[in-house]
Design a protein around this ligand. Structure first.
Ligand code: HEM
Length: 540
């Protein structure tokens, strides 16, 4: 009781909402789905409701274990300050430990170690890589479309579990644009493994995907222990998981060696562009002495892989497809936009050079498709919260407000929030994205127009935190935007997306409830996202 009181006294004038689990603890995300008090601060489904209840954009809670004061923020300016002051507000890297699967990486490191990773990675995430991402997305989605068409019925329709397919699509893009290893949709997964390998590449990839969640949610010490001792129940699953991750690691390390050998030999690799080649190149030009250390092969591999671990693109594209099935008028607008870019048909191949020419105009030509994707991320941010630890005593500014009888936020006044060293500061991305101060009273509605500037409206940049901001923002943002906009535009150009037959006769709100369900695992994960696709006829 005494420690609780000491912790809660540190909040100053911020309202207090009791004891909750640590914001990013794996337990809180696994149990989040079943947490009964869904409007309670800290619940994954509370959206902005607890900030309305307390009339404040900052709420204090105390962690169940450790009694650590935790401040939850839904205020754009406060969050911007926290993200910018990365020396005062450090990432809660302890919570990322299980994501360091292949070794330390950009996401799970801090301080000098993080800087070393970011310095090597920055130049690799350039326009050449994005051009390659565009080209490979075109290739992979066309292979996917061929697969869908071969399975479609005589009326050219097919009903699919979107997530299952998109996990493969986005992984194939990553393997190619990330590792320079083209995997065809049709490649046989029963191919004999090459010498020195237990699994063929495709088999290593597919088994790794199926064990991704087990690995990411298993504490490293249990994982390590399971290699030495036969653990009851979970032992065999962990052994299988280890086998698949080890098999993929060996393949990836081969690719790194190959890339380096090409570089040393002065050869132009047939791995085209791609992150791996650029990373290997940037790493080789880094100084390697007592002060500077190059990244190891494991670290390079980990930096590329961690971007996929979250499956952010697969999840966001799934939500976007479900939303397009529910909102045909939005889909029609994307279709009209794609008719302007591709008057004849969706391209089946793209060269990276043609994309490079196209890229500067891309955002302009696909403004609406991009807005649909951003609005999807606003409603379903893959990471709904981030957590930082204060390294020094400091002060933030938040806002108090009084909701009117019609629920509108009014009487907004600033107030100071003392932050004690060691406190957790939780950036509540979902609440920020639902905050009516920035997005209006209809913040929960799907309206891509919010992301289109007009002469009288400029969309609130600081209130969109889907890719984070400041020095620790997503390094793969352009990669993800290129991939997702290309995939969405190609999809809508080729297919009409609608709700599956079993939902067709239901009221709209019921369709919405059933199609947009999600669970808070490592990232916001769609549940049972099923849509019907009908091939569009070629434009006459
Ligand atoms: C829809 C897609 C994506 C979204 C919404 C997204 C979102 C985010 C967010 C919110 C962070 C901050 C995480 C934190 O502070 O803990 C982040 C970091 C990061 N993302 Fe993404 N991401 C996406 C796709 C990607 C892709 C495709 C890659 C790589 C190919 C990638 C690589 C990374 C890396 C390496 C970091 C750590 C950066 C650092 O700390 O320096 N992300 N991402």
């Amino acid at each position: 009781a005494k420690t609780y009181l000491t912790a809660s006294r540190s909040f100053g004038a911020s309202p207090q909402a009791g004891i909750v689990l640590r914001p990013l603890s794996p337990l809180s995300s696994v149990l989040g789905r079943w947490f009964p008090l869904q409007h309670q601060t800290g619940s994954y489904f509370a959206k902005f409701s607890s900030y309305v209840k307390y009339g404040s954009t900052c709420i204090g809670t105390v962690t169940l274990w450790g009694m650590i004061p935790t401040l939850w923020l839904s205020d754009a300016q406060t969050i911007k300050t926290v993200a910018a002051e990365s020396r005062v507000f450090r990432k809660d890297v302890e919570q990322y430990e299980t994501l360091n699967i292949y070794g330390p990486n950009l996401l799970g490191t801090e301080g000098a170690d993080w800087k070393r990773h970011r310095r090597v990675a920055n130049p690799a995430f350039d326009e050449a890589t994005n051009a390659f991402v565009w080209m490979e997305t075109v290739r992979v989605v066309n292979e996917w479309f061929a697969e869908l068409d071969s399975k479609a019925g005589s009326d050219s329709t097919i009903t699919i579990d979107v997530l299952e397919d998109l996990v493969q699509v986005t992984l194939f893009v990553l393997l190619s644009a990330g590792f320079g290893r083209r995997v065809s949709w049709h490649e046989d997964s029963s191919t004999e493994p090459p010498s020195g390998h237990k699994l063929a590449f495709r088999a290593a990839v597919t088994t790794t995907i199926s064990h991704l969640l087990t690995r990411a949610l298993t504490p490293n010490w249990i994982y390590a222990l399971s290699a030495r001792v036969r653990l009851p129940l979970i032992g065999p699953i962990l052994a299988e998981t280890r086998e698949s991750f080890d098999a993929l690691r060996l393949h990836m390390l081969d690719l790194i060696s190959l890339s380096r050998a090409w570089m040393v030999g002065g050869k132009v690799s047939n791995m085209d562009a791609g992150l791996l080649r650029s990373l290997v190149e940037a790493n080789m030009t880094e100084a390697n002495d007592v002060h500077h250390k190059r990244l190891t092969d494991e670290e390079l591999l980990s930096d590329i892989f961690v971007g996929h671990l979250f499956q952010t693109s697969a999840h966001s594209l799934s939500f976007a497809m479900a939303l397009l099935a529910l909102y045909p008028a939005v889909q029609q607008k994307i279709y009209e936009e794609t008719l302007r870019i591709w008057p004849d048909d969706c391209p089946s191949t793209a060269s990276s050079s043609s994309h490079k020419e196209f890229m500067p105009q891309l955002i302009f030509f696909t403004a609406y498709t991009l807005a649909v994707f951003q609005e999807t991320i606003r409603l379903f941010p893959p990471l709904t919260r981030l957590s930082k630890i204060a390294q020094a005593d400091t002060t933030l500014t938040a806002h108090r407000s009084i909701p009117s009888s019609s629920g509108e936020i009014q009487g907004i006044t600033p107030f100071s929030v003392p932050v004690r060293r060691g406190s957790i500061v939780a950036i509540d991305i979902m609440a920020l994205h639902m905050n009516p101060m920035y997005w209006g009273q209809d913040a929960e509605e799907f309206k891509p127009e919010r992301f289109i500037d007009t002469e009288t409206y400029r969309w609130p940049r600081d209130a969109f935190f889907g890719f984070s901001a400041g020095p620790r923002s997503c390094i793969g943002q352009r990669f993800a935007l290129t991939e997702n906009v290309c995939a969405l535009a190609s999809l809508v150009r080729s297919y009409e997306i609608s709700v599956p037959n079993y939902l067709a006769g239901k009221p709209f709100l019921e369709q919405k409830r059933l199609l947009l369900r999600w669970k808070p695992l490592i990232t916001t994960t769609p549940i049972n996202c099923v849509v019907r696709l009908q091939r569009r006829m070629p434009v006459a």
